[in-house]
Write a protein that binds this ligand. Structure first.
Ligand SMILES: Nc1ncnc2c1ncn2[C@@H]1O[C@H](COP(=O)(O)OP(=O)(O)OP(=O)(O)O)[C@@H](O)[C@H]1O
Length: 269
């Protein structure tokens, strides 16, 4: 019988070992990828963007995904979140296999079970912060859970900005509103794509603290793609990708160790 998950191939340069249960163990996985391949056909032939990824993200954990440009990070995020389809293998979110869902069902599933945070915030410019937060729920015909949203709004510190439009908010405030929007439906998992990429150092730091807090204090699950070793070091675990594979799964790596590992993989940023 094949191994149920890919065994990390190495530990951090500092000798840290992967978190027990950070991969594998089907129980309690917010998202589980099994033998996922994703290939694209382009002008030059076939590109294997994901080449056999098996990865489980336990509920209530914060996973960073790093790797050189072109290593497959965005493809991993897109496939794991149901934005893109796998060529082969399976993706389960909250125990539900989404690999075979038809498009309308997949759209509804994503809406109800997956939250997204983007580098560019993706707020609707004509709506207030409050309306941005509740828009996805209202479109779904779901009454927002006012107590939960209040808790989130207070936690991220935008309670006094709810009546403002995005253009009247700083980048950090817009990202905090986007984080509340992503969590409003209590998703199984939040995927964050370079969430601090457009923020200055101090604001990025605060945003990472918020993400870590919603995992540690509220039991949410976050998967974050980042190029920044210091950002990844704020997560519990880091998956390092190269050539479409997860080559390391590191528990609480130091930023310097991650930077060294990326340099060894030829990452130029
Ligand atoms: N739609 C597509 N069509 C063809 N090739 C694609 C497509 N999407 C991704 N690829 C290829 O798949 C590989 C992985 O791309 P991906 O965007 O996942 O990498 P990445 O690690 O996120 O890169 P970056 O850090 O530069 O954003 C690359 O070789 C890329 O060119």
């Amino acid at each position: 019988m094949p191994a149920p998950f890919r065994t990390p191939t190495r530990t951090a340069p500092g000798g840290r070992t992967p978190a027990p249960g950070a991969v594998g163990g089907p129980a309690g996985a917010a998202v589980a990828l099994t033998a996922v391949h994703r290939s694209y056909t382009d002008g030059d032939g076939r590109v294997s963007a994901l080449d056999g990824v098996t990865l489980r993200v336990p509920r209530g954990t914060f996973l960073a995904v790093m790797g050189p440009s072109g290593s497959g990070k965005s493809t991993l995020l897109n496939c794991a979140s149901g934005l893109d389809r796998v060529t082969s293998g399976t993706v389960e979110i909250g125990g539900r296999d989404i690999s075979g869902l038809r498009e309308p069902d997949l759209t509804v599933f994503r809406r109800d079970h997956v939250g997204f945070v983007f580098q560019s915030y993706n707020l609707v410019p004509t709506l207030t912060a409050e309306d941005n937060i509740t828009l996805p729920l209202r479109l779904a015909g779901v009454r927002p859970d006012a107590a939960w949203i209040d808790e989130l709004v207070r936690r991220v510190g935008v309670a006094d900005r709810l009546g403002h439009r995005p253009s009247e908010l700083s980048g950090g405030q817009q990202q905090r509103v986007a984080i509340v929007r992503a969590l409003a439906a209590r998703p199984d998992i939040v995927f964050a794509d370079e969430p601090t990429g457009a923020l200055d150092g101090a604001t990025a730091d605060r945003t990472l603290s918020l993400l870590r807090g919603i995992v540690d204090d509220l039991g949410q699950t976050v998967v974050m793609v980042t190029h920044d070793p210091a950002a990844a070091a704020r997560a519990h675990d880091t998956a390092v990708m190269a050539s479409g594979r997860v080559v390391d799964l590191l528990h609480a790596p130091a930023a310097a160790d991650l930077a060294g590992r990326l340099a060894s993989l030829g990452a130029d940023r």
